[in-house]
Design a protein around this ligand. Structure first.
Ligand code: SF4
Length: 359
């Protein structure tokens, strides 16, 4: 009989186990039943896995959950990723926030206490100069705050310009670490090698780097997930974003099944044990597939949340996947609610910059 508890102990002690052990943990046959949807009950093995991940996270970050203010600056994108609701071919109305609108979001977020701002948008090379100026404006008005970018693949020169302007961090999910799988999720014009090279370039330039992947994307196998975990172990990013795949009605994958909550939580916990220093968000997607998803994510090792500071008219148009949570509420109201929920779960909401801690 396989000793899953022993594998989890090994992971806890050595931050690594064999591919076979990872596979056994990921495919353990227990599944959540429909009737468990409100209360979420896990098997003994999963409970042990999540508790071990939570203990590891407390060793590095205590009970802190860092808040990042997310600003969805534009839904214009030159790419056509098959899973994405703002892909070039999607009929969605396009918007781009002006520099002044973005600065207003940053100012009100700073007043609420945020000290990290995440500027996220589709890939839009025409906006690179504006972004460079914007980073300078944010860093000059709010030198105590970190600027994180999530704007896709750029040339080394552009990444350098953003860095010199003051950008601190860059999020670029690799989405899948298997080239053949990547090619099933992206059109021919996109390149797996370029995406991976971008991540290494960002590291070389001194950014705090975030990578990550979708769980349950079409054609994904357990072997693909293990490749993702191995790639992350090798890259050793500062941040890891993992969320379930959720189909969006305007995409070629509209009829596909969403990723499983349980497998996503297992991946989160495995990443916490393999990369104890990682800053890991409990993503909105996790919350979208289950009302207790975000709470369960925190208890499985996640330690970041990203409340949305985008003006509500734009938020509704940044429709990466269907039924996205909290599209309408105002940021201040959400933050108060989130803070209370986090305390109830035994953690502490931190508005600090929350840089990576590598021991
Ligand atoms: S996933 Fe990113 S790069 Fe791909 S279409 Fe969506 S916004 Fe563009």
């Amino acid at each position: 009989m396989k000793d899953l508890f022993g594998f989890i102990d090994d992971l806890y002690d050595k931050a690594d186990v064999s591919d076979n052990a990872l596979s056994d943990i990921l495919t353990d046959s227990y599944v959540l039943k429909e009737s468990d949807q409100r209360s979420l009950s896990f098997s003994d093995v999963d409970t042990y896995l999540f508790k071990s991940a939570d203990k590891k996270r407390r060793e590095v970050y205590d009970t802190d959950v860092y808040a990042r203010g997310l600003i969805e600056i534009s839904n214009r994108c030159k790419n056509n990723c098959l899973y994405c609701g703002i892909r070039r071919g999607s009929p969605v109305y396009r918007y781009s926030l002006s520099q002044d609108e973005i600065m207003d979001c940053v100012r009100s977020g700073h007043e609420m206490g945020f000290r990290t701002f995440v500027l996220q948008g589709g890939e839009n090379p025409g906006s690179d100069r504006m972004i460079t100026e914007l980073i300078r404006r944010i860093k000059s008005e709010f030198p105590d705050s970190a600027v994180t970018l999530s704007l896709g693949e750029k040339t080394k020169k552009i990444y350098e310009e953003f860095k010199q302007a003051g950008a601190d961090r860059y999020l670029l999910r690799h989405e899948t670490a298997d080239k053949m799988h990547y090619e099933k999720l992206h059109p021919d014009e996109m390149s797996y090698d370029n995406r991976i090279n971008c991540l290494w370039t960002l590291k070389e330039l001194g950014y705090q780097v975030g990578a990550g992947f979708m769980v349950g994307s079409p054609y994904q196998t357990t072997g693909n997930l293990i490749s993702d975990l191995r790639f992350l172990k090798e890259l050793s990013p500062d941040m890891v974003g993992i969320g379930p795949f959720i189909p969006q009605h305007d995409t070629p994958f509209s009829g596909e099944k969403a990723g499983s909550l349980l497998t996503t939580l297992r991946c989160l916990a495995l990443i916490r044990l393999m990369l104890p220093h990682a800053l890991i968000p409990a993503t909105t997607a996790l919350w979208t597939i289950h009302p207790k998803g975000r709470d369960a994510g925190l208890k499985a090792g996640a330690n970041v949340i990203m409340p949305n500071l985008t003006p509500s008219y734009a938020r509704e148009l940044y429709n990466l996947y269907d039924n996205k949570k909290n599209v309408k509420d105002e940021a201040g109201i959400r933050l108060a609610g989130i803070s209370a929920k986090i305390s109830e779960s035994g953690y502490r909401l931190s508005m600090d910059r929350g840089d990576v801690i590598r021991k």
